[in-house]
Write a protein that binds this ligand. Structure first.
Ligand code: ADP
Ligand code: MG
Ligand code: ZN
Length: 640
């Protein structure tokens, strides 16, 4: 027991020492001037007397010795001081001589036969002032030193690093190992794997290529949305070829001091060349590789120096080293063009979001270590997760396992996956006190979306509808495409608008009022209609003209504003066309609701009862005869 405690305490103590000693040093530094002050107080004369008194003592012949230091004078008395309780023979005193001098002083001293010593003029305050002057610098240096210690320690992974300056400049001396992952761990991404396959061969037998004089691309840029497996692929490439993997992340360069990043790049390349064949991987290249001259810190900031160093190192290859430089980014659009020039990152590999089959494959990779129940259907999960990246899918599996663990279930079931998916897509279930009439309105709204989605001809199949609040939403209707869609036909988009506005239309028809619950729907519908008009030429008024005011980012999925390049009258025409699309869609939704009132009522009732309805339950409510009726009315609906 005692033994055990001792073992536990030691690392703790180490940690404390490491953490506290810089502070102790600082404290000592701060105390230094006070120590000097103390010394002066102890050794220096006890009395400071007025000059007039000094003259009186001098005239009385009581001064035996005087030292002059510019404007200050110290001296010794021959007899006890006439005034003051402590005056003794041999006592030291101190006085100040007027700055303009006293012509009578020297003659007076001579007349009394006083021993006169003349010393250097003393700086005001002496030592004390000197220390005060350098104190801020000492303090800053201490802080700097401390920061370096910390940064270096962080990089070398916890408390193990010794953290001297040398090491800080070199960066953490990562032990470059051969990663354990191989291409088998990268599911899907067949294109990307094929593109880099050649590099594997080269790294395995560089001499073979050298003999034939074949040149292999030096720099490869991996591009793709976050979580598509860029880092994974780079590591797998090294693992597959069995060569050491030197990696550094662009954001690590944005450290503290100018020049450190460049120094680290130099060392990284040096190490990699020494251990060739090898791979250098620069993750998040965009954080150092943004177009130069746009940085905030003037022309020569840290980022720019680091980038220049990378370029210089890549140019410095003689063509014989078996070193491949990989870099990853999700913002290829902001990269400095110099990085993409021949001889640098001239081979580009794009990683896409996985399609349905790839999602199944990725799920298979990640459930290898998870006990899966027999009812789990990976195909179904993959179908329900369009737009998920590899990282999202890994997260999904983990989330499902967490839910299973919380329930102390032995295996992870389909229900766990279903809940995990909803949690990731919509947020956690919210406990929210909803009043009965509000809940009814919610059911009407969601049933409206569902009914319209069911009866319009070109919509995606329904997945589920719920009135359980999650995340920011109070309820939700989910549809899922059968297959991934790469282009969106106009009929599909018009029906989509009707579905989105269906919730509001149902509220209007059944409760004869609308609510703020349709806020998000209106925004979504307007955005979609605007895109149809300004980007895809789907309105008669505008025709095939690009009138967009923002540009969609290829990997980030968000819009980047652009300056407007068209006239005010075009803008007005766009507004009119958008409004027409929206009101047509609302009319279509209202028509469907009016002609299927009975089915809608059943759906609302069932939804209030069960809170969540899955595809089959929805179909049960909207009975087959309704469906037949729908086919009849469908021909009367306005079509795009
Ligand atoms: P990126 O660097 O593109 O942002 P990562 O390589 O860091 O993405 O991916 C994060 C994690 O997601 C990986 O560690 C891996 O577990 C998982 N992942 C991503 N893509 C795949 C894939 N194609 N196959 C298997 N797992 C993947
Ligand atoms: Mg990454
Ligand atoms: Zn809605």
């Amino acid at each position: 027991m005692a033994n055990k405690r001792k073992n536990n305490q030691r690392p703790l103590l180490n940690a404390m020492q490491l953490k506290w000693w810089p502070w102790l040093l600082l404290l000592l530094l701060l105390m230094l001037p006070y120590l000097f002050f103390l010394r002066e107080a102890v050794v220096a004369p006890a009395y400071e007397i007025p000059y007039s008194e000094f003259k009186t003592l001098l005239k009385a012949g009581k001064v035996t010795e005087v030292q002059l230091h510019g404007e200050a004078a110290t001296g010794r008395l021959s007899a006890p001081m006439p005034i003051g309780p402590q005056g003794k023979a041999g006592e030291r005193f101190k006085t100040r001589i007027p700055a303009f001098g006293d012509e009578s002083l020297l003659p007076a001293l001579e007349a009394q036969g006083v021993e006169v010593h003349v010393g250097e003029p003393k700086a005001a305050g002496g030592w004390f002032a000197v220390v005060i002057a350098i104190l801020p610098w000492l303090f800053l240096m201490g802080l700097l030193f401390w920061a370096m210690q910390r940064a270096s320690r962080n990089l070398s992974g916890g408390l193990g690093g010794r953290g001297d300056l040398q090491q800080f400049l070199r960066g953490a001396t990562r032990k470059a190992e051969v990663p354990h992952v191989t291409f088998a761990d990268v599911a899907g991404q067949e294109n990307a794997k094929r593109e880099v396959q050649e590099l594997v061969e080269f790294l395995r037998q560089p001499q073979q290529y050298r003999k034939l004089g074949a040149e292999v691309p030096r720099g490869v840029l991996l591009m793709g949305a976050p979580g598509t497996g860029k880092t994974l692929l780079a590591r797998a490439l090294a693992g597959e070829a069995g060569v050491p993997f030197y990696s550094i992340s662009g954001s690590e360069f944005i450290e503290v001091f100018v020049g450190v990043g460049a120094s680290r790049v130099r060392n990284l390349f040096q190490e990699a060349k020494k251990n060739a064949p090898s791979i250098i991987f620069i993750d998040e290249l965009d954080s150092v590789g943004r177009t130069r001259g746009t940085g905030l810190g003037g022309g020569h900031d840290e980022r720019e120096q680091t980038l220049n160093q990378i370029l210089a190192e890549m140019d410095g290859f003689t063509g014989h080293e078996a070193v491949i430089v990989l870099a990853a980014t999700n913002r290829p659009d902001v990269l400095d063009p110099a990085l993409l020039r021949p001889g640098r990152f001239d081979r580009h590999v794009t990683l896409d979001l996985p399609d349905r089959n790839d999602r199944v494959a990725i799920l298979k990779v990640h459930i290898r270590k998870v006990p899966i129940a027999a009812d789990v259907d990976l195909e179904h999960i993959a179908a329900g997760t369009p737009g998920f990246s590899g990282a999202d899918l890994r997260n999904l599996v983990n989330e499902a396992a967490l839910l299973a663990a919380r329930e102390r279930s032995k295996t992870v079931t389909m229900q766990h996956f279903e809940d995990a998916r909803d949690k990731l897509l919509l947020g956690s279930v919210r406990t929210l006190a909803i009043q009965p009439e509000e809940r009814h309105r919610l059911a009407v709204h969601e049933a409206g979306h569902t009914l319209v989605a069911y009866f319009v001809p070109h919509a995606d199949p329904l997945y589920k509808v719920t009135i359980i609040p999650r995340g920011r939403a109070l309820g939700g209707t989910q549809q899922l495409p059968e297959e991934e869609r790469h282009t969106l036909p106009e009929e599909y988009l018009r029906d989509r608008l009707a579905v989105v506005l269906g919730g509001r239309a149902a509220e209007k028809q059944l409760l004869s009022s609308v609510s703020s619950g349709a806020d998000d729907d209106i925004q979504k519908a307007t955005q979609l209609a605007r895109a149809m008009v300004t980007r895809w030429g789907m309105s008669e008024e505008i025709g095939p003209v690009d009138l967009r005011e923002s540009e969609e980012h290829p990997f980030l999925g968000r819009e980047i504003a652009q300056p407007r390049r068209f006239s005010e009258s075009s803008a007005q025409a766009v507004d009119t066309a958008v409004r027409r699309l929206l009101s047509e869609a609302e009319q279509a939704a209202t028509d469907i609701i009016d002609s299927h009132r009975a089915a809608l009522d059943t759906l609302i009732h069932r939804l209030e009862e069960r809170e969540t309805l899955h595809r089959e339950e929805i179909e049960q409510c909207l009975a087959p005869q309704e469906r037949a009726a729908a086919t009849a009315t469908r021909d009367n609906l306005p079509q795009g």
